[in-house]
Design a protein around this ligand. Structure first.
Ligand SMILES: Nc1nc2c(ncn2[C@@H]2O[C@H](COP(=O)(O)OP(=O)(O)OP(=O)(O)O)[C@@H](O)[C@H]2O)c(=O)[nH]1
Ligand SMILES: [Mg+2]
Length: 496
């Protein structure tokens, strides 16, 4: 195979044009988009497939980063992109799903996906990720489509990025950088932003050289840039040192913010308010479910990673017990390792919860994969002993056969639709029965001057009976130890 081979020769393209406005998540469902059909063609050990998908830009999702930190990570403008995947294991379908997911991610970042190619290889090429001949073809596709960015479906070494960039002659980024970009666009809280910035710096540090001058320039920023500018090497060293210093500072700040959050969590624990964490793959419908369950107005977006900061809401079971419901960041396959680190904060909430609602998109072709991916992360953060209810969402869209299969395999599961409300009552009842019950049963005659205690018993405990007597409210309740201690003075003395 020579570098002069034309891409159109052995690269089969599916002449598939999407209706205007079709979104990437639809693409994932649209089997025909990436799947075999009759488009698959083998070329010795090489396998390419591409698909011209006239996906449109997601309105309102800007690629322009807000000023995340003083040291700006980069200002990639993901405009017109070509996706590249290396298919090493699994079926063609797996490879295509992975690329379709990359397309959804790219679109979430605000990119227009022009084309996608997959190469069959035993392992990625150590020099250029895809083989050198294919890299040439990629160059042709870039020219043909007018792409300005190539996104690779994996984490590339700094060397691979440079070398592929040299051939493709446009910016090459990998899946990790893409996810970081999305995270940076969406992080809202101070802590979330700081964590994303830290993860970006960590990612960037070994790649500084590779990103060359433009990045050095960005890193240097305006102020102080002139003074520190020198020969390339020196500049990079200066940048590296500055980034390391910045990272150390950031870690300290994050540690402080963490203490604040820990205090709040202790407070909740002390009051023994049971907590439920909603976890699940990105776009599964976690925020929609939270809204359904609590009526809270949480951002729901049909884009991956709409939620990046944990959101805690108070909720009430049908029997009237209070609990907290925490929305979490969506999981995604191949979450870069240092991002798992960075987002541990939200995962910690999952580990601390009394119950996990593991939401999965029932309308996805293979929800099992998402379940497995999320469980891997749950294992990573040591939350394996927290009881889990598998909430199969989007039942209104799901294939009944897939639903049946999931309900059969997942013993502790329920099918719901956050959109239509189907199954929500059953889910609420299930949460009620799964939450830990307060441990102390007590009878107290609470004077009317201590009405607050009665209210708390309702909120924090379970009222078995309640009677209004001339002396006060006679309560028979199950409560946690702290409240039991406060009620003890009012326990009527035994007769006789
Ligand atoms: N048809 C249907 N669509 C749903 C349902 N639940 C959620 N959606 C849609 O799925 C998309 C994603 O919903 P979100 O609630 O933002 O998902 P999420 O899991 O919080 O996503 P991230 O925060 O990005 O991880 C939105 O377009 C919702 O309207 C459902 O039961 N049925
Ligand atoms: Mg969400």
């Amino acid at each position: 195979m020579t570098s002069s081979s034309s891409p159109s020769q052995d690269t089969k393209r599916l002449a598939h044009t999407y209706p205007e406005g079709l979104r990437a998540d639809a693409l994932m469902e649209e089997d025909v988009a990436w799947s075999n059909g009759n488009g698959a063609e083998w070329d010795g050990d090489q396998f390419d497939r591409s698909d011209r998908a006239a996906l449109r830009r997601v309105v309102g999702l800007s690629t322009e980063l807000e000023d995340v930190t003083e040291v700006e990570y980069r200002q990639l403008r993901l405009e017109r992109v070509v996706l590249v995947g290396v298919w090493t294991t699994g079926t063609a379908r797996d490879a295509e799903n992975s690329l379709a997911e990359l397309a959804a991610l790219a679109e979430t970042a605000g990119a227009l996906v022009l084309d996608g190619v997959i190469q069959r290889r035993d392992k990625p090429d150590p020099a250029t990720y895809i083989g050198s001949g294919k890299a040439q073809e990629l160059r042709e596709i870039v020219l043909e489509t007018g792409a300005d960015t190539v996104i690779c479906d994996g984490e590339l070494s700094p060397g691979q990025l440079i070398q592929l960039e040299d051939v493709a002659k446009v910016k090459v980024i990998d899946r990790t950088a893409l996810i970081l970009d999305i995270f940076a666009q969406h992080a809202k809280s101070r802590e979330g932003k700081a964590q994303v910035a830290l993860a970006q710096m960590q990612y960037m540090l070994p790649r500084l050289r590779g990103w060359g001058q433009s990045l050095s320039r960005q890193m240097g920023g305006g102020r102080g840039g002139l003074a520190t500018r020198g020969p390339g090497e020196t500049k990079i060293e200066t940048d590296r040192r500055r980034i390391r210093e910045k990272m150390a500072k950031m870690r300290r700040e994050i540690a402080e913010m963490k203490t604040g959050r820990e205090v709040k969590r202790q407070e909740r624990r002390r009051h023994k308010v049971p907590s439920v964490a909603i976890a699940g793959y990105t776009n599964a419908g976690k925020s929609s479910l939270l809204n359904r369950l609590t009526g809270a107005g949480v951002l729901v977006e049909n884009a991956l990673f709409a939620t990046l900061d944990p959101t805690v809401r108070r909720a009430e079971t049908p029997s009237g017990r209070l609990y907290t419901l925490t929305d979490t960041v969506g999981f995604v396959r191949h979450l870069p390792h240092h991002l798992v680190e960075a987002f541990r904060s939200t995962m910690e909430e999952v580990g601390d919860a009394d119950l996990i609602l593991h939401v999965v998109d029932g309308s996805h072709p293979v929800p099992e994969e998402q379940l497995a991916a999320v469980r891997e992360v749950i294992r990573d953060v040591g939350a394996t002993d927290v009881p889990e209810i598998v909430v199969i969402n989007k039942a209104d869209l799901a294939d009944p056969l897939v639903l049946q299969r999931l309900l059969r395999v997942e013993k502790h599961s329920i099918a719901v639709s956050a959109r239509t409300g189907k199954g929500i009552d059953e889910l609420l009842a299930l949460i009620d029965s799964e939450l830990p019950r307060p441990s102390v049963e007590i009878e107290a005659l609470v004077p009317y001057t201590r009405g607050k205690l009665v209210a708390r018993a309702h909120d924090e405990g379970e009222v078995i009976s309640e009677e209004h007597t001339p002396e006060g409210t006679l309560l028979k309740v199950r409560v946690h130890e702290e409240l039991a201690a406060e009620l003890t003075p009012y326990v009527p003395a035994p007769l006789a």
